[in-house]
Design a protein around this ligand. Structure first.
Ligand SMILES: Nc1ncnc2c1ncn2[C@@H]1O[C@H](COP(=O)(O)OP(=O)(O)O)[C@@H](O)[C@H]1O
Ligand SMILES: O=P(O)(O)OC[C@H]1O[C@](O)(COP(=O)(O)O)[C@@H](O)[C@@H]1O
Length: 310
């Protein structure tokens, strides 16, 4: 089974307007309320691609209930741990530029954290644990390391899509897949990633740590895949960008869906990139038919040492 885990779910209050004036009164007529948070997006996309998951994480209040109901209506199994606070609402303003306002998640107590570790203790070899999105800082030292260590010991595919200092620490637990964007990869190494060659160089350092698949997403500039034997660059298909929120999560989902179906790494990568772009080209997350239509338009080439600026 694929378990996704979202420590900080959200409702993504997504609104479209031609011009956004900071500091002024902005009236908007087109508003959507999507359940969000990276693991939840992965569960939603995998469902659309025909793969079942269980969405784990922490939810609270009326916003938490909304997310749970929404996912159930889409046929997604949930097993959230209830928390006392109210699940956040993240604001996504789609005007000339995309502006995001991501709130803090409710605090978690020791019993709630333990409840998650107890669930992980029942996973079987070959299951997946997709830990995605921002992680709370106020957890006891070593907690996330314990979860990552359980995955390593039990042969669970550990997929990590987070940012900040924990990304560096958990990378040492040899996740199966990680998907930083260029900025997150740069943060890991205290570097500015301004070229494909730099992205490949640092991704290789992660592979040397024992991570099997490293995908560096580059927004509209595509993505890079690095493993022990392969370094490849994908160009994205052309299309009208509508909402890139969830594009990174869709990339992760497309990769996992194809891998579970027996695809080779570069085919899984292609499916991931097509899923990311299919999401960027619509308001909500990608649909299977759009991913299939875009897949052949994703060009993948071996990485060439000559430098290409990002
Ligand atoms: N402007 C875009 N045009 C086409 N595809 C895009 C665009 N933005 C994102 N994507 C697709 O989504 C993937 C992930 O996007 P990215 O913005 O890098 O992720 P994140 O949201 O995690 O930072 C990209 O690798 C690409 O496949
Ligand atoms: O946990 P974070 O880092 O605040 O991110 C949460 C946000 O990321 C998203 O999951 C989208 O992520 P991506 O655009 O990176 O795929 C939103 O749904 C959510 O509002």
């Amino acid at each position: 089974m694929i378990y996704t885990c979202t420590f900080s779910p959200s409702i993504d209050y997504t609104t479209y307007l031609p011009v956004f004036s900071p500091g002024g009164l902005n009236r908007t007529e087109d508003v959507r309320y999507y359940p969000g948070g990276k693991g939840i997006n992965v569960s939603r996309v995998l469902k659309r691609l025909g793969t079942d998951t269980v969405a784990l994480g922490f939810t609270g209040g009326f916003t938490g209930q909304y997310i749970e109901q929404f996912l159930k209506q889409e046929g997604i199994r949930t097993d959230f741990i209830p928390v006392d606070g109210i699940t956040r609402i993240n604001v996504k303003i789609k005007a000339e530029a995309e502006t995001e306002l991501n709130g803090p998640a409710p605090e978690l107590n020791a019993a709630q954290l333990k409840a998650l570790a107890d669930k992980l203790a029942h996973f079987s070899r070959g299951d997946w644990f997709v830990l995605a999105g921002s992680l709370p800082k106020q957890v006891p030292d070593g907690y996330f390391q314990q979860l990552a260590g359980m995955c390593r010991e039990r042969g669970i595919h550990f997929v990590l899509d987070t940012s900040g200092p924990l990304l560096r620490e958990l990378a040492a637990y040899q996740p199966f897949l990680i998907k930083p964007n260029a900025e997150e990869l740069g943060e890991l190494f205290g570097a500015d990633i301004t070229s494909q060659a730099a992205a490949v160089r640092y991704a290789r350092r992660l592979v040397e740590l024992g991570i099997r698949h490293v995908v560096v997403s580059l927004g509209g500039k595509g993505a890079i895949y690095v493993s022990k034997d392969i370094a490849a660059v994908a160009e994205v298909p052309k299309g009208k960008v509508i909402n890139t929120v969830g594009a990174g999560d869709s990339l992760v989902s497309g990769f996992i869906a194809a891998w579970e179906a027996g695809a080779e790494p570069l085919e899984a990568f292609r499916n991931g990139v097509a899923s990311g772009s299919a999401t960027a080209f619509q308001s909500d997350l990608c649909r299977k038919q759009d991913v299939e239509a875009l897949r052949e338009q994703v060009t993948i080439k071996p990485f060439q040492e000559q430098d290409v600026n990002l």
